[in-house]
Design a protein around this ligand. Structure first.
Ligand code: ZN
Length: 289
């Protein structure tokens, strides 16, 4: 029996399980860190982890220059406009969970790029989309928010969902999109000089509006404002969330209309950063620290 146990211990996966289980039973920080490093953040199984993206790679496509780098705009002066090879990635998910998220990303990518026929109707400064598939698009939205919270990458340091993190993990693990009003996301398209600015990625930030708390992400030509609160949003805000019947309102906003984004946009433009990002033309290989 001992021999069998020893043999099992030699299998890498079993060794991982034993270490992970040992780490779970001791209040020892290094072991907990080790356990976390070997456990899939979604299914919580000890598995070999993939180098996962938080913001899907397809969202960075417009940003790639001819050397397959892209531009990231950080709100942190010191981190601003670093060139990186493939976007912030880190070991987070096992193969199966990575594939699960890829399915949502594929759907969102097609929906946002015109690869799927959606209904759309202009309504003042908004476009009302219809015929979106609620489940994959909603799980896509939740998966980005949740990944940013579990990420240890510096870029996502402002996203920390507290008790909501486990609640959203459960929803993602169960593939249960839940009701539209819970952890809803308002989407605004960033319009500048008549075109949607697909090539800006801003560091996610905590925001407060209308008495609610949330997080603002900017990627893929959209500002995504997630409401993360135990309280219900107002009906007006909830109308802006993706609805269970597949409708979603996308506000078309000029870059200058984005409140604190005005300042950021202004600052970045003054520094000629935005132009640099927009043009995708820089071929400098240096890192700007
Ligand atoms: Zn997993």
């Amino acid at each position: 029996m001992n021999t069998q146990a020893d043999n099992e211990a030699l299998q890498p996966r079993n060794r991982q399980r034993r270490l992970a289980s040992a780490a779970g039973t001791h209040a020892c920080a290094p072991l907990r860190a080790l356990e976390r490093a070997m456990t899939c953040a979604l299914c919580l199984r000890p598995e070999e982890l993939q180098r996962s993206h938080v913001i899907p790679e397809f969202m960075f496509r417009a940003l790639y220059d001819d050397k397959h780098r892209f531009h990231v705009i950080s709100t942190d002066e010191a981190e601003r406009n670093k060139y990186q090879q493939k976007g912030p990635r880190e070991p987070l998910l096992c193969v199966a969970c990575e594939q699960q998220f890829s399915r949502y990303e594929r759907y969102a990518s097609l929906a946002l790029s015109g690869g799927i026929d959606l209904g759309y109707q202009f309504d003042g400064p908004a476009v009302v989309l219809s015929e979106l598939e609620y489940k994959p698009f909603r799980l896509f939205q939740l998966s980005v928010l949740w990944r940013a919270s579990v990420s240890r990458h510096e870029f996502f340091k402002d996203v920390s969902l507290g008790p909501h993190e486990e609640s959203i993990r459960r929803a993602l693990f169960d593939e249960d999109p839940g009701p539209s009003a819970k952890y809803g996301c308002v989407m605004c398209a960033i319009v500048h000089e008549g075109a949607i600015q697909q090539d800006v990625v801003l560091q996610p930030e905590r925001v407060r509006f209308s008495g609610l708390k949330g997080y603002r992400f900017v990627f893929g030509g959209l500002v995504w404002v997630y409401v993360v609160s135990s309280h219900r949003s107002t009906a007006g805000i909830e109308r802006g969330f993706l609805q269970e019947d597949g409708r979603a309102i996308v506000l078309m906003k000029q870059l200058g209309d984005f409140g604190d984004l005005i300042q950021m946009g202004g600052t970045l433009q003054a520094q000629d950063k935005l132009g640099e990002v927009r043009s995708n033309s820089s071929s400098s290989g240096r890192e700007e620290a």
